[in-house]
Write a protein that binds this ligand. Structure first.
Ligand code: PRP
Length: 208
């Protein structure tokens, strides 16, 4: 059996559609259930439904053989695993965002940055040689500049509609080309290569 770690978030539908195209029976993923471990009817595949940030955790540990995670999550988690394919969907960018009239805030010596991506933000600002105050949030990050908790946010922007709805805008694109990736556990790829490699080949063909 091949075990997949799948995020319960925005990637799940497109991930399921792609796997289906490759002959994986994903009907269990479309059931309305609170179960977190699902098996395909043919017993060839198992699915663990986890939070997006936990997909690399399950794959690195080997509990899951394969996973589908956003590049934003992979950068943030920095786990020891193989990134096999760029799946091309879930396209977004990691940006600094805030009030468009306050772009000068970016050069302020006491910049307060709210983010879910604390490790990535640390790396980025260290590379830039800028000292900032990072404020870790777990969601609804756009609220931080609106309420005065932070000056700007470092967050993922897909359509831009959440920023727009809150009167905010992209101030600087920091990392572009973020998208969903197929990831694999290093040991699984060796031990289960006979099952995993043909599937990876099919997925590669399906996205090309
Ligand atoms: C992400 C991100 C933004 C939004 C961007 O949050 O943190 O808030 O999506 O998408 P958009 O550009 O298409 O508006 P998510 O929906 O994952 O929810 P969260 O606030 O709970 O983290």
């Amino acid at each position: 059996m091949i075990y997949f770690a799948m995020s319960k978030g925005r990637l799940v539908e497109k991930s399921a559609a792609l796997l289906e195209k490759c002959g994986v029976d994903v009907s269990v993923l479309r059931e309305d259930t609170r179960k977190l471990v699902l098996e395909s009817a043919d017993k060839k595949y198992g699915f663990f439904l986890v939070k997006p940030a936990d997909v690399p955790v399950y794959v690195e540990s080997g509990v899951a053989d394969l996973g589908i995670a956003g590049k934003d999550t992979l950068l943030e988690e920095d786990r020891d695993l193989y990134e096999l394919l760029d799946l091309g969907f879930g396209k977004c960018r990691l940006c600094l965002a805030g009030y468009p009239t306050r772009k000068s805030a970016l050069t302020s010596p006491h910049l307060r940055v709210a983010t879910k991506y604390i490790n990535t933000a640390k790396r980025i600002f260290a590379e830039r040689g800028e000292e900032v105050e990072l404020i870790k949030l777990n969601g609804s990050v756009e609220l931080a500049p609106v309420t005065g908790l932070a000056d700007v946010i470092f967050d993922v922007v897909e359509t831009g509609s959440t920023l727009k709805a809150n009167g905010l805008a992209v101030l600087e694109e920091v990392i572009t080309g973020v998208s969903a990736r197929l990831i694999a556990n290093k040991v699984s790829l060796k031990l289960k290569s006979a099952e995993i490699l043909p599937l990876v080949e099919k997925i590669s063909e399906a996205i090309s």
